[in-house]
Write a protein that binds this ligand. Structure first.
Ligand SMILES: Nc1ncnc2c1ncn2[C@@H]1O[C@H](COP(=O)(O)OP(=O)(O)O)[C@@H](O)[C@H]1O
Ligand SMILES: [Mg+2]
Length: 400
């Protein structure tokens, strides 16, 4: 994947003499101290990240951490103090105002937390608003606005007024207005934060299914980890204007890098998002079908286990054998494991959520086998592995 947006050492200081703050930022002096010494407000400090074409990048942080400032720098609603913002390799910071206006029109759509709809315009007039500014004729404006309303499931309400719609529907109009311009990049600043939880979840799902057909590059801002995990291909976490961690959701949940990130993760139900892959271990030993019960029992003894997974000739998983059955087979002088191999076992893939494993694990006699589509054994999860994996994350989140 190629980066559509590349942000390098982006810094924004508000105030009358922003450059006074720059050397202090380099000395790693706190925002508060910088304000005390220079009377300038530092909002972003050497922020670097990139956004790949077609991905949803979530920027997460608490209120006041600099999220809105950041997203407004991306389309130059705010002029950064220092750094680079490359869009397809071109730095937009030195651009003249006329170029900036053009860029904003051509590349960006923006959706805000407060829907910012015109109360006296109808749904379709609101959705068409950006197109008017672009100078499209009435016919094409209507066509594009209707298409966008269809995308968000509102084409039957084109003549309604905002006040007649629920919050969720109003935000759909906001989204339609941005989509109507068919921008390459969608900037969404806490777009769903004003909605009640049910509507919010619904909008998240809709955005994801919409994204499958429109393939926009989306920068989505939120202060909510659940939302970040649901929507983000990758997540960038900022605190007091600094990037403190970035990565795919699984990384952030598994390895919260600081107490600040841990605090987000603490209240999150990890079992929904973490998968079998994060809990599985390599089996301490495996035996093969064509090996005898003595070999199997010896392997179990050495590895200090009472059940062992059995692979067939092609190294695919065939089942498991218990130490008891192996001992019985030795007494009966059997030379192969085929009579005692148990073929009913629970198998999952690496992508199975931990949450689904809890019930399976309780039902299963042996460890859960983690296999791929071709039945190769990738790992195993015992009840204690599973509980440890769930507890680890919780524990990790509680340490400071
Ligand atoms: N126009 C402005 N003038 C002065 N300070 C500002 C301005 N906009 C934002 N700030 C300050 O910058 C910091 C980051 O604000 P903001 O980007 O709005 O955070 P967030 O969106 O994460 O809540 C805050 O301390 C805020 O007070
Ligand atoms: Mg904000």
């Amino acid at each position: 994947m190629t980066s559509l947006i590349e942000v390098n050492n982006l810094t924004k200081v508000f105030g009358t003499h922003p450059h006074k703050a720059l050397p202090l930022i380099e000395q790693d002096i706190s925002n508060r101290e910088i304000q005390k010494r220079t009377d300038q407000i530092t909002a972003l400090r050497n922020v670097s990240f990139n956004v790949n074409r077609g991905e949803i990048l979530v920027v997460m942080g608490l209120s006041g951490s600099g999220k809105s400032t950041l997203i407004r720098c991306l389309n130059r609603l705010i002029k950064p103090t220092a750094g680079q913002i490359l869009i397809e390799g071109t730095d937009i910071i030195p651009m003249k105002n006329s170029e900036v206006r053009q860029l904003r029109r051509d590349k960006f759509g923006m959706v805000f937390q407060h829907f910012a709809l015109f109360p006296h315009k109808t749904v379709i007039e609101n959705a068409a608003f950006g197109l008017e500014i672009r100078g499209l004729d009435a016919e094409s404006r209507k066509k594009q606005a209707l298409e966008a309303l269809e995308l968000v499931g509102l084409s039957d309400r084109e003549n309604a007024y905002p006040a007649e719609l629920s919050g969720g529907m109003q935000q759909r109009v906001g989204l339609a207005r941005a989509l109507a311009q068919d921008p390459e990049i969608l900037l969404m600043d806490e777009a769903f934060s004003a909605l009640d939880p049910l509507n919010r979840r619904e909008m998240q799902d809709e955005l994801l299914s919409l994204q499958k057909s429109v393939h926009k590059t989306i920068v989505f801002i939120t202060h909510d980890l659940d939302e970040a995990i649901t929507l983000g291909d990758r997540i960038v976490i900022i605190e007091a204007g600094k990037v403190i961690q970035s990565g795919v959701p699984e990384e952030i949940l598994t390895n919260p890098s600081t107490r600040y990130v841990e605090r987000f993760v603490e209240h999150f139900d990890v079992s929904k998002v973490l998968t079998a892959k994060s809990a599985m271990r390599r089996p301490r030993a495996v035996a093969y079908l064509n090996q005898g019960p003595r070999v199997a029992l010896r392997k179990m003894d050495t590895a200090d286990i009472s059940k062992i997974f059995i692979l067939d000739d092609s190294h695919r998983l065939a089942g498991f054998v218990t130490a008891e059955d192996a001992a019985g087979a030795i007494k009966k002088k059997e030379v192969s494991l085929s009579n005692i191999v148990q073929k009913t076992f629970v198998a999952v893939t690496e992508e199975t959520p931990l949450q689904d494993l809890i019930e399976k694990s309780l039902k299963s006699q042996a460890a859960i086998a983690v296999i791929d589509e071709e039945n190769y054994l990738k790992g195993m999860i015992t009840k204690s592995h599973l509980l440890a994996a769930l507890a680890n994350v919780e524990e990790g989140a509680c340490q400071s």
